[in-house]
Design a protein around this ligand. Structure first.
Ligand SMILES: NC(=O)c1ccc[n+]([C@@H]2O[C@H](COP(=O)([O-])OP(=O)(O)OC[C@H]3O[C@@H](n4cnc5c(N)ncnc54)[C@H](OP(=O)(O)O)[C@@H]3O)[C@@H](O)[C@H]2O)c1
Length: 278
């Protein structure tokens, strides 16, 4: 059955590849992005019966409902919501200002909430729907130099787990997709943001962090075109999981987190249990 997708951040990277894969699978797509002309160029040749390009900055809460309404007016329904739009605000916590922190959350967290809030009434009416929320390995472990980015991705993980339970009675399934490193523009200067307030104490740590991420740019093991096809498979899968790790590195991170949680829970179990009333 052909499905209707609503994808945020479809002009580049994972969102673009997911849109391409959905079209290749015979689905139809509302491809949203901040730059409408870039979207039109990237999807040139695909008719509006199959692809609806829409301008949407997810941090612009007033624009979100309009984009969802335009999709419903055009295609009549939304079967799959892919919350993909996002960027990495990297840097050591003290070197990132409050405004940059708020901008990160406005896109990666509150933007995702707003889009989900706008799409859910249609999915509830339909009594069916799939929501794929792109988080990250940074939603599983916090790493030095990723505190603000990880905080946002952890927020989306917790939100998605709760939402999954709330909307399951309406036939709506939520899947968290946690990618490892994928070869997109994510670590490129066109996407990534670094801390802007240099602090002498952190100079060496900050330099090492930038070198680490610069060194990984364009070397990531993950292929976004393959992830695009996997997202389509998950959207059609009758028993899609609550949480899916994308990439071998992501699998290792999740296994490491499980092992550490298990070890610490066991090691301190008696002390943990000691706080109950007798
Ligand atoms: N690549 C990785 O290694 C990796 C790993 C873990 C998680 N992720 C997550 O995967 C998602 C996609 O990233 P990517 O790897 O595809 O990076 P990318 O190549 O930099 O693409 C990011 C996409 O998000 C869009 N975007 C950013 N802010 C937006 C906003 N306010 N409103 C609408 N669109 C916005 C960008 O649009 P513009 O073209 O307008 O900038 C672009 O289409 C993100 O949520 C990211 O956190 C990526």
């Amino acid at each position: 059955m052909s499905r209707i997708w609503f994808i945020t951040g479809s002009s580049r990277g994972i969102g673009y590849e997911a849109a391409r894969a959905a079209l290749a699978a015979g689905d139809r797509v509302a491809a949203t992005g901040r730059d409408l002309s870039a979207l039109q160029q990237r999807f040139a040749g695909t008719g509006t019966d199959r692809l609806l390009p829409l301008a949407l900055d997810v941090a612009d809460s007033a624009a979100v409902q309009a984009a969802v309404d335009a999709t419903l007016a055009h295609f009549g329904r939304i079967d799959v919501l892919l919350n993909n739009a996002g960027y990495g605000q990297l840097g050591l916590f003290e070197e990132i200002g409050a405004e940059a922190t708020q901008r990160q959350f406005a896109t990666n967290v509150f933007g995702l909430f707003d889009v989900t809030r706008a799409v859910l009434p249609a999915m509830r009416r339909q009594r069916s729907g799939r929501i794929l929320n792109i988080t990250s390995v940074g939603g599983i472990i916090g790493v030095a130099g990723g505190g603000i980015y990880c905080a946002g991705k952890f927020a989306v993980e917790g939100f998605s787990e709760a939402l999954a339970a709330e909307v399951e009675p309406f036939g709506i399934r939520v899947t968290i997709v946690g990618p490892g490193y994928f070869r997109t523009d994510f670590l490129d200067a066109s996407s990534i943001r670094h801390g802007e307030h240099a602090i002498a104490d952190y100079a060496e740590a900050s330099r090492q962090l930038r070198n680490f991420f610069d060194g990984r740019n364009r070397q990531q093991a993950g292929d976004p075109a393959k992830l695009g096809r996997v997202l389509v498979e998950l959207a059609h899968h009758p028993a899609a999981p609550l949480r899916f790790s994308a990439g071998s590195d992501a699998v290792e991170v999740v296994r490491g987190k499980i092992a550490r949680l298990a070890w610490e829970t066991d090691a301190f179990e008696a002390l943990s249990r000691s706080t109950d009333f007798a």
